[in-house]
Write a protein that binds this ligand. Structure first.
Ligand SMILES: [Zn+2]
Ligand SMILES: [Zn+2]
Length: 366
């Protein structure tokens, strides 16, 4: 896929130049920021979804109306839906991260796949949520760029892992069972990728990968989408080490994770979520030694406490990620669960002026 031209050559070149010249800062958590608004069901639904279903969409031949029989579904917690029902909140969160110093803004599309949206019976919204999610982030980035043209800001179109695993059974009594197939995931990711491109994303990121087979389906779908467009965007991949064993849920070390995905020639590979920066260090180091892609990391604000919250302060995280930077481990740093604009600001200060990791010259296959 690296033979295709860029969809937007000027944006791609600006990103590559920025990566060569400094350590870039990715934004922090969206969920943590949304939580602070203490939204209720009516906020999530807005007018369009007031009945718990989409007033603008019905199965063929059906018209919604009083007593039409359509059941509503609770939407509270469907954070991606806020892109449509509370775009003011999502755009403001993007803006806060930009003010904090983020170069890269992630779209509010972590669950905008048909697989995840089915939990809310809104799977028909995939294209729209990805397109509008990218547009909101694009608008926020364009505003920040207009205010300071010397600092380009990039929209990272996010493709989340979905709640299902293609290589593992959710049922201990039926190890051969799969809740989802590769082709179902591939179709889901294809539609989401189309929306992200349509909305103006600069990059697509396959994020929080806990099952490498899910990521392969996403990357396959991305490649198909690029081929259909005859042009591509830079691709980033970020995996998740799920526990102290130092492996992903599908059992891979960071190194194995890289070797299973390097064939797609990603712009960047990294690790995010599940662990704090301290616990992630050895795994980021392992990636940095083997990968000839740029290295990204966006850890949680520490390990979850007894209440499921995160305790690491902006200063705590900045100290640890500042050391990653000075040790030459990283090209992009940011935050995942529990991080806020204050964390991103402290991290941005800690890595400012530090030389970015240079990619090792690896033996090239003939
Ligand atoms: Zn109806
Ligand atoms: Zn996280």
């Amino acid at each position: 896929m690296d033979t295709l031209p860029w969809i937007n050559p000027a944006r791609a070149t600006a990103l590559l130049d920025a990566l060569e010249s400094r350590i870039l800062v990715l934004d922090g958590a969206m969920g943590t920021m949304i939580q602070q608004h203490e939204l209720v069901e009516a906020d999530y639904r807005g007018e369009r979804f007031a009945q718990g279903h989409d007033a603008l969409f019905a199965a063929e031949g059906h018209v919604h109306g009083a007593g039409c029989g359509c059941e509503g579904h609770d939407q509270r917690g469907n954070n991606d839906l806020l892109t449509l029902t509370r775009p003011d909140i999502i755009r403001d969160i993007h803006a806060q991260y930009l003010v904090a110093g983020a170069d890269l803004i992630e779209t509010n599309t972590f669950n905008s796949t048909s697989v995840s949206l089915a939990d809310y019976r809104l799977q028909h919204l995939v294209r729209e949520l990805n397109r509008e999610g990218a547009r909101l982030a694009r608008a926020a980035c364009d505003d920040a760029e207009a205010a300071d043209p010397s600092k380009p800001r990039f929209v990272v179109g996010v493709l989340g892992p979905t709640s299902r695993t293609a290589s593992l059974s959710p049922d201990v009594n039926r190890p051969g069972f799969r809740a989802i197939t590769f082709d179902e995931l591939r179709d889901a990711y294809r539609e989401a990728t189309e929306g992200l491109i349509e909305g103006g994303a600069d990059v697509v990121m396959v994020e929080t990968v806990f099952d490498t087979l899910n990521a392969k389906a996403a990357l396959f779908a991305i490649e198909e989408t690029f081929e259909a467009h005859g042009a591509r965007l830079p691709v980033m991949i970020s995996g998740t080490i799920t526990d102290a064993s130092g492996r992903t849920l599908s059992g891979q070390t960071a190194e194995a994770f890289w070797y299973s995905l390097r064939h797609v020639d990603p712009l960047a590979i990294g690790l995010n979520c599940a662990l704090g920066a301290k616990e992630l260090r050895q795994h980021v180091d392992a990636l940095a030694q083997v990968a000839d892609a740029y290295i990204t990391t966006h850890p949680n604000a520490g390990l979850p406490n007894a209440f499921g919250g995160y305790d690491e302060t902006p200063e705590d995280m900045a100290v640890v990620l500042g050391e990653f930077a000075r040790s030459g481990l990283v090209n992009v740093v940011g935050g995942c669960c529990g991080t806020t604009p204050a964390h991103i600001q402290a991290i941005a200060v800690a890595v400012a002026g530090v030389t970015p990791r240079s990619r090792p010259a690896l033996e090239q296959a003939a």
